[in-house]
Structures are given as structure tokens and as C-alpha cells.
Design a protein around this ligand. Sequence first.
Ligand code: DAH
Length: 348
Amino acid sequence: MTKGHPLNIIKKQIENYFNDVWGKKHGAKMSIFDDLSPVMNTYKAFDELLIPLDHPGRQPTDTYYLSQEQQILLRPHTSAHQNEILREGITSFLCTGDVYRRDSIDATHFPIFHQMEGVHVFPKEALPGVEEKDTLLVVEDMKMALEGLAKHLFGDVKFRWNSEYFPFTDPSYELEIFFREQWLEVLGCGAIHQQILKNTNLSPRRGWAFGLGLERLAMILFSIPDIRLFWSGDQRFLSQFSSPSPSTPLPKFKPYSKHEICTKDISFWLPPSFHDHAFFDVVRDVAGDLVENVTLIDSFKDVSSGRESKCFRVSYRSMDRNLTNKEIVPIQEQVRARCESELGLKLR
Ligand code: DAH
């Protein structure tokens, strides 16, 4: 992540908060990790985090496996590094990295994005050692730390804590802030599951963890309308973000002219047990970041045969130039061909 890039600005602001504001008050320092390999096995990505075998995140429709046997994969979240770092005896850290997930295609989703994980385990003597009391104190401390972070990034905003479920924290929460007239989810967090602390030889110590998406935060903070812009080398984008000091307000992104949109519809009969992500994947693979959005515009079931049909609208738009129909026709042709040959879809 290069200096002056909006993702790097947010990353640095979070690191500054934990090491200069929160850290000074707590006499703690968070170690920084940002070059750990995104290639890992399922043990590290899921098992060690107590993620059950039937969790949807393990499915190849969600996750990029690199091996046929589905044991090696691209990091689906930065939580995957919690265990290894804790096992090294490092108990306060921030870990940032690129993460990979198959998803829908729209302005807020891209198959690669960046997450940051924060972990803080208390020294043994910091808590009374009574389970319920300890959990309460851990959660209270975590909420203070993360509300401080939200204020550091967003100014004086209102908060809302929602109960959530993550397999690796108990209890788990999601923090929402009220920003520019709407409630927005900014991170997931919780008290680290005691089994993880046992497995990393830290029990009976206790701690908290959180995870957040950097693109999501940057889109909110800078009012960036499309996630593909983070991959742009266009100076009209990059030159807008000078590294501000924590006390100056962050610049708001000024959109430059939007280029022409070009839409193409595609309809097909589905084979049994089909997942939309497989179709989105083909579109991404062929069109890369020229595709802005894919929406389902129609679906129906043929009663006599039981077959299901779907029609998707694929919207193509470049972030930095006008696309011509001549350029898009062969792309759409390729999408259609691969839908037939790879996915077994019957085009209508
Ligand atoms: N790994 C979660 C995700 O990708 C985010 C997360 C939630 C991380 C709770 C945490 C946590 O450390 O405690 O959605």
C-alpha cells in the first residue's frame, strides 16, 4: 500500500490511534504486521478459529482454493493470523493484509480487499480471575478502545453496539456509527474465545479482538463511490488524498466525470445446485474491473420441467475512460461462451 493512498491513510490512522492515543493511556504497544503471506491452509484459515465445517465461508463458492483437494486457499480474512502471532507470545498487535472472497458484483464488493485485525490480551494480573467478571471487564475495555478508535476516525459520532456471532469470539459484537444521517457498520469484535487462548498457551489470560475492512472505512470517510477506484492509477483519484494529520478533517473525494455505461442482459436455465457466485466469477474473470454491477432482473421456475431461469443485467463502465460497444460486445460474447462451456448454463 503506497503512501498517500487512501487505504494507507486509514491504516496509518488506526495504527497511530492504537500506538499514540490508546497505547499511551494503557501503557501498551501494538506490534504491526503487514507482510504475512495470504497463501495458507484451511487449518489456519478456519479450524484454528473454531469455524465449523459447515460454515458457508468454507465453500468454494465463497473462497478461493488453490488446490484441488481444497486445503490451500487465499486468506479469506485477517483473523487467520491470530493464532500464529499469539503463539509467538505477541499479545497486542495489528495485522493488515489483502483478503480474497467470491461475492456479488457491485460498487462495494471486489474479490480482493484489505482487512485489519486487532488483538489485545491482558496481562495475567490485570483481571480478577473470576470468569464472568473477567468477560465483563474485557468487553468494557474493548468497547472503550473501539469507541475511541471510531471517534479518532469519524469525529464525534453516535455509536450502537449490536450482538453478533463469530465462532472465534464470545461474546461477539458489531459496532455501528451514525454518520452522515445513517447507521453504518464499521467493525466486528468480541472477547477472544477461551479455547483459542488455551490453544495458544495463554490461558487463563483473557483478551479482545476486532476485524475491519479498510476499503469500507475509506469509502465512508472519503465518500468514495466505487470500490474499483482503489485500484486506479489515475492521478485524478490518487492526487486527492494528501496524508492529513489526525487533527485535520479528511478530504472528501470529488468525483470526476462518470463515463458512459454499457449494459448487456444474459438469461439462462440453471443446472441443479447452481450458485450465482460461479456466474459472477466468470464475469469478473473476463471483464476484470470494467464491470461495475451485476443485478438479477428476472427469475422464474418452469412448472412442468421444474427448471429455473435467471436473467442478469451486466453493467460495464470504466473508471477512467469511455467504453465503446465495439469493445464490450466481444467481452460479453466471451462471458456467454464460458457460461456454457464451464458452468453448464443453457443460454436462452
Ligand atoms: N474475521 C471477521 C470477518 O472477516 C471479522 C472479525 C470479527 C474479526 C470479529 C475479529 C472479530 O477479530 O473478533 O468478517
